[in-house]
Ligand binder design. Sequence first.
Ligand code: 6PG
Length: 469
Amino acid sequence: MKKKLYDFGMVGLGVMGRNFLLNVADNGYSAIGLDKDEKQVLAFANEAAGKQATGTTDAKTFVNSLKTPRKIMMLVPAGKIVDYVIADLVEHLDPGDLLMDGGNSFFVDTDRRLADLKEKKILYLGVGVSGGAEGARLGPSIMPGGSKQAYNKVKKILAAVSAKVNDEPCVAYMGNGSAGNYVKMVHNGIEYAMMQLLAESYDILKHVGGLDNEALQKAYTKYNRGRLKSFLVEITASIFGQADELSKASLIDMILDKAKQKGTGKWTSQNAMDFGIPTPTIDAAVTMRGISSLKAERIKASNILAVKTTKTKIEQKKIVKIVGEALHFAFIVAYTQGLALLAEASKEKDYKLDLEATARIWRGGCIIRASLLEDIRSAYAEQPELANLMVDERFAKALKTSQKGLRSTLKLAIDAGIPTMAFSSALAYFDAYRQERLPLNLVQAQRDFFGSHTYERIDKAGSFHTEWK
Ligand code: 6PG
C-alpha cells in the first residue's frame, strides 16, 4: 500500500506551532508536526482529531512523510534552537526542499542560515508571523522574506491560513534575504511603542483624571470605536474589566509593574541607531521596560526622591478627550518611525521592500493592526518613495490637529510628575523634524572648538576650522 504523504510540516508543537498547523489542516492541506516532546505531539494529535493531520517525535519519519519538494515551517524559540533544528533536519532533506523559520529570529542569523542552506541547495524563508496564539489558529499576518522562487512554492498555503481584510490575505512577499524577519522586528518595535503609549495614557487617566478601572474600561472602549480602533486598544479595554481570581481586586492592580522583553524591540532600536534613523518613541518604550525592571531601586528612590503630586481637578470627559488625541498623534508617530526605518533598511540591505504591501498586511491578524493602517497604506500607494509619513498631506493635517491634545496632556502629566517617556519623545520628534533650523550649529561649533572636527557654513561650500578663543 502506498504510504500517505503530507502537504505541510511543522517543527515545534508548542502553542504557536500547534495552532498554525491546525490552521493549515483546516484549510484543506494535510499536515504533520514534529516535536521532541511526546506530550506536545499527543496534545496536537488530540486537537487534530478528525483532520488530515498527525505528529511524530522522529525527524527522519517526519521528513520522509512529506511530499517532495518538502514544505517545512519551524516555530521554535529564536536563537540556537533554530540552528539545532536545521542541523537535525538537513541530513534528511533533498535539494529543492523548503525550510521556513516562523519565529522572531534576529535578521543577521537569517542571513547566515540563508547562505549556509544555499550551499546545500535547500530553499529558505525567514517568515515573520504575528498575531499570537489566537492569530496562529485563526489567521495571522505573515511576512515572508527570502527568494521569490521559494515564496512562490508556499504562496497559496500562506494566503489560505493568513488573516483577511476585505477578502485580501494579510501576507505578501516582503523582499530578499532576511526582509521578512526585519519587517517583523520593526513590527515589534512599533508594538513596543504603542504598548508604552497606552501604559502612559493609563497612568495619566488614572492619576490625573482619577478614572477607576470601570471608567478606564469605558474610556478605552470609546477610543476603540473611533479613529484609535486597534487590537491593542481593544485588549486594553478588556484588561480593565478583568477580575482577579485570587483576590477581590481587579487583575490589573495585582500585576507586578516589571515588563519583560525577548529582544525584538531592543534590536529595532539598536539597528535604527546603526542605520542613522531616529526611532525615539521605540527607544523610549525599550528604556521604560528597562526602568520598570529596576523595581528594587525604584522602591528606594521613591523614598528619597518622591515629590508629592497634586491631583489636578479636571473633568473626566475632558481628559479622556485630550488623552485620546495624544494617543492618535503618538500612534501615527510610532508607525512613522518604524516605516522610516524600513525605508532605510530596504536600501542598506537591498531588501526592495514594498511599504504599501507592508501596511496592507498589517491591517489584519497582527498585534499592531489598527484602522490607521488603511490610511498609511493609501499614503504609500500614492507615494511609494515617501520619506516620512508625517509629511503626507492627510497625516500632516491629522498631526497638526491632534498635537494640541498631546501638548495639553503632557502639561498635566509633567505637573503631576508622571513619566511620559514615549509621549514626550513623539512630540519632540515631530517638533524637531518640522524645524528648518535646529540648534545643532552649536554642537558643530563645540566639536570644532575642542577637537578641530571642522564645520560647514551656511553661506559657502566646504569644511571650515576656526582657532577658537
Ligand atoms: C506578535 C508578537 C509576538 C510576541 C512578542 C513579545 O507579533 O505576535 O509580537 O511576536 O508576543 O515577541 O515580545 P516581548 O516578549 O519582547 O514583549
